[in-house]
Design a protein around this ligand. Structure first.
Ligand SMILES: Cc1ncc(C[n+]2csc(CCOP(=O)(O)O)c2C)c(N)n1
Ligand SMILES: [Mg+2]
Length: 279
């Protein structure tokens, strides 16, 4: 049994673009988006853009078709399946939205590999319009984090909640993968024994390099789909081997304690036997 939780960012980590920009570009809405961006926060603007597209006749099926074409590296799909098969608990923490993420994951048959998706709510309303809301409602109160987190989501707060639930379930190690400035705060929350996998030459990697002393987790960088798979599976293997070694040490120690109560010849016989007993 592996007790590892793997937490993935989504945009530019699982998929190879920013999903919001991908959808707006593909539907020809980028110009209006850029005009309005100086006047509105990101989430309300995405919601507004979906309203504009809806009123111009864009259907949910058109948005889904664009999402299904989102670039994703085949080795990343395989890495997710392998990490799951090795017994890891997989979760997503993303500043994209639930509709985009779920549509893309379902298209690749990946939805059921994840036990949790923490992101901005996104759903289709009764008029067939996609609505997008902030994960954290910053109009009520700021989330209060001083790290470079967007106003609608502090991923560090999400990680702290996951850490609290892990300690109740006896899960021990986090592997966190991300690329953006919003992935720095959760990286700071990781402890000794955890792993952070920043995407090399992306904003979170720069922040981690500049603040190495603040990071308690082991840092394992990656830059493309092949490295994502290779590094992630290597880290999972290493944790499993370390865990087995410490379990074996504990088991041999307990055998040793029992043997010391036996007389000499019986001790030797029992010890050679004990080493070959499969567990
Ligand atoms: C002030 C401000 N600027 C930009 C954004 C939007 N934003 C930044 S990175 C990103 C992709 C995140 O997906 P992931 O977390 O999966 O990488 C998005 C949607 C924002 N919320 N606030
Ligand atoms: Mg990202």
């Amino acid at each position: 049994m592996v007790d590892i939780v793997v937490i993935f960012d989504f945009d530019k980590t699982i998929i190879d673009c920013d999903s919001d920009n991908w959808v707006l570009d593909e539907l020809g809405a980028t110009k209006l988006f850029n005009q309005l961006l100086p006047t509105m926060p990101w989430n309300p603007l995405m919601d507004r853009m979906m309203k504009e597209l809806h009123s111009q006749g864009t259907k949910i099926e058109d948005i889904k078709a664009v999402l299904k074409r989102t670039p994703i590296h085949p080795r990343i799909i395989q890495a997710i399946k392998s990490a799951y098969a090795l017994g890891c608990d997989l979760k997503i923490v993303s500043d994209a939205n639930a509709f985009f993420i779920e549509t893309i994951l379902k298209h690749h048959g990946l939805r059921e590999y994840f036990s949790e998706i923490n992101t901005n709510p996104g759903f289709v309303d009764e008029e067939g319009r996609l609505r997008i809301f902030p994960h954290h409602d910053f109009t009520q109160s700021p989330h209060g984090c001083h790290h470079p987190c967007p106003p609608n989501m502090c991923k560090g707060t999400v990680i702290e909640r996951i850490q609290a639930s892990m300690s109740m379930k006896g899960k021990k190690t986090i592997i966190y993968l991300g690329d953006g400035v919003g992935d720095f705060c959760p990286s700071l929350k990781l402890g000794d024994g955890d792993y952070v996998m920043p995407r090399k030459n992306f904003p979170v990697w720069d922040l981690i390099c500049e603040n190495r002393r603040l990071i308690k987790a082991e840092i394992c960088e990656w830059s493309n789909g092949e490295e994502f798979e290779h590094v992630l599976l290597h880290v999972i293997n290493r944790i499993s081997i370390d865990r087995n070694n410490s379990d074996n040490t504990a088991r041999l120690y307990s055998i040793d304690c029992k043997l010391q109560t036996l007389p000499g010849a019986a001790q030797e016989k029992a010890f050679s036997h004990a080493l070959y007993v499969p567990h």
